[in-house]
Design a protein around this ligand. Structure first.
Ligand code: 3PG
Length: 214
């Protein structure tokens, strides 16, 4: 049975956001993240290799929860689902995209940055959502204030977050997990530095995020 988005994210203290240029790196990268204890991550559709990476990684490791990020249109959503994506992440949500996402059987994590946008997403029957761009939009202080009028809205903050900020977000009752590219940064992926990525994942998964930056 398909998991709901909240069920997927509850397994993810930190969700890596990955830009990948080489489909052949998808499986070793997935293995590296899993070895570090992170089983939920997204490949962003910002590179032509993303859909192939999702397909290859899902075929090799169907047990991992692999999402498609930077989904901007229903066409992106459909191609991601066809590639095997377990869930879809968007940076924002137009009314048309939101309506389409709410009809999909696939779990979705639409991006929001304001109370009005969070209300629109919940009106479409979707929760949790991505808070993006988290650090520039107001960070943990902003999410703390949103919890007053919108106590049911749940967020996965992403955008500009480094390991030193993870615990500040996770301390909030309306934060389910934290997303970001620091676990599998572009240079490490390009260099196929799987050991570095496993070590970053291990720290992120194990709650040692603060020590990582020191
Ligand atoms: C995203 O696509 O969600 C963000 O751009 C990832 O943010 P980061 O690169 O600042 O972690």
């Amino acid at each position: 049975m398909t998991k709901t988005m909240i069920e997927v994210l509850r397994k993810a203290r930190v969700m890596p956001v990955i830009e990948i240029d080489d489909v052949a790196s998808a499986i070793p990268l997935a293995e590296a993240l899993d070895a570090g204890g992170l089983q939920v991550f997204e490949f962003t559709l910002r590179t032509p290799a993303a859909l192939g990476a999702i397909e290859a990684a899902k075929k090799a490791r169907p047990d991992l929860a692999i999402g498609a990020g930077t989904v901007l249109s229903i066409d992106d959503a459909e191609r991601s689902i066809a590639a095997g994506a377990d869930f879809l992440v968007t940076p924002g949500a137009t009314p048309a995209l939101l309506a389409a996402l709410s009809r999909l059987g696939t779990p979705v994590l639409p991006g929001v940055a304001t109370a009005s946008e969070a209300m629109a997403v919940m009106e479409a029957g979707i929760n949790p959502m991505k808070f993006f761009p988290a650090e520039a939009a107001g960070g943990p202080a902003y999410l703390k204030l949103l919890a007053g009028p919108l106590p049911k809205a749940l967020f996965c903050p992403t955008g500009g977050i480094g390991p030193e900020r993870v615990d500040d977000y996770l301390a909030l009752p309306n934060v389910v997990c934290v997303g970001g590219s620091w676990v599998a940064p572009k240079d490490a992926v390009a260099a196929k530095d799987w050991a570095r990525i496993t070590e970053n994942a291990r720290r992120a998964a194990g709650g040692e995020s603060k020590s990582q930056s020191s």
